[in-house]
Design a protein around this ligand. Sequence first.
Ligand code: HEC
Length: 97
Amino acid sequence: MKIHIIVAGIVALAVAPASAQTADVSILASTCSGCHGANADGSGGIPGLKGQQQAYIADQLKAFKGGSRPATVMNRLAKGYTDEEIAGLALHFSRLK
Ligand code: HEC
């Protein structure tokens, strides 16, 4: 079931106009860098996001959002993102090298 939701998100992204989607995701992703680091490789006790599996990142964000993964801040932050935005963010960070 989860996989279907993720795939649906990816398909939605692929269908959306490429330029608008890219801009939106990079703006959203820039808000993560304050904590996860400018290159998303983590800082202090905060885990890096760069190069993590797309499905892993999406699953973690959904787990924070739904409350099944306990957290200090991500549970609050994740609530502000739609499943489509989560899929876009997961793709963005998984592609960073
Ligand atoms: C206020 C600081 C802060 C911001 C902003 C922030 N994070 Fe986090 N993130 C954390 C912390 C701290 C953790 C560890 C879990 C916790 O305690 O909340 C974490 C954990 C994660 C994890 C789990 C990583 C793993 O290895 O399991 C993911 C995925 C994640 N964040 C994605 C994001 C994304 C995407 C954004 C931007 C939309 C973002 N975070 C913005 C602080 C932040």
